[in-house]
Write a protein that binds this ligand. Structure first.
Ligand SMILES: [Zn+2]
Length: 165
């Protein structure tokens, strides 16, 4: 899948930052979310992962980005200021936001009964998460998410940031 192209950076997000993990997956980044401790820090750091945490005692450690903001969208912006996040790099909306799994294409007939009737009538392409089975399709939410991230990542003047759902 093309989603693996330029997005080489991988993130491990401290479990308290679950919404940040969700947004990184939307952008296409391979993003794990789990409780972190000292041994995991060393393990992931040596394997080339970038760790995100709010743990101030880890600030300055190798491979660690400490976030200070409270709201998820502010944390994404803070992260973007430290590590440039790419939006149009091929991975956008190609991962399951729950499992981090890359989505697979699915035949339209196979989603009958699994998506709302209106969606089935109006959408032609569907994807499914191979792990949790959740079905994804392009809808109005895609445009909304795109606009929001564009504002956030600086392609348009910043506005007051709202809390992520
Ligand atoms: Zn999934």
């Amino acid at each position: 899948m093309e989603g693996n192209g330029p997005l080489k950076r991988r993130f491990v997000v401290d479990s308290m930052l679950g919404k940040v993990a969700k947004w990184l997956r939307i952008l296409g980044y391979d993003t794990r979310c789990e409780p972190l401790d000292e041994s995991k820090l060393i393990e992931y750091s040596e394997a080339g992962w970038l760790l995100l945490t709010r743990r101030q005692s880890w600030c300055g450690r190798r491979s660690v980005v400490c976030l200070h903001q409270n709201a998820p969208m502010d944390q994404i912006r803070e992260l973007h200021g430290r590590v440039h996040l790419e939006m149009e790099a091929g991975g956008f909306l190609r991962r399951c936001i729950r499992c981090n799994e890359l989505l697979e294409g699915i035949e339209r007939r196979d989603v009958i009964g699994q998506v709302p009737d209106y969606t089935f009538e109006t959408v032609t392409e569907f994807n499914r998460c191979p792990t949790c089975g959740r079905i994804y399709w392009e809808g109005s939410h895609r445009a909304r998410i795109t606009e929001r991230l564009k504002r956030l990542l600086g392609e348009e003047p910043p506005e007051t940031l709202a809390e992520a759902e």
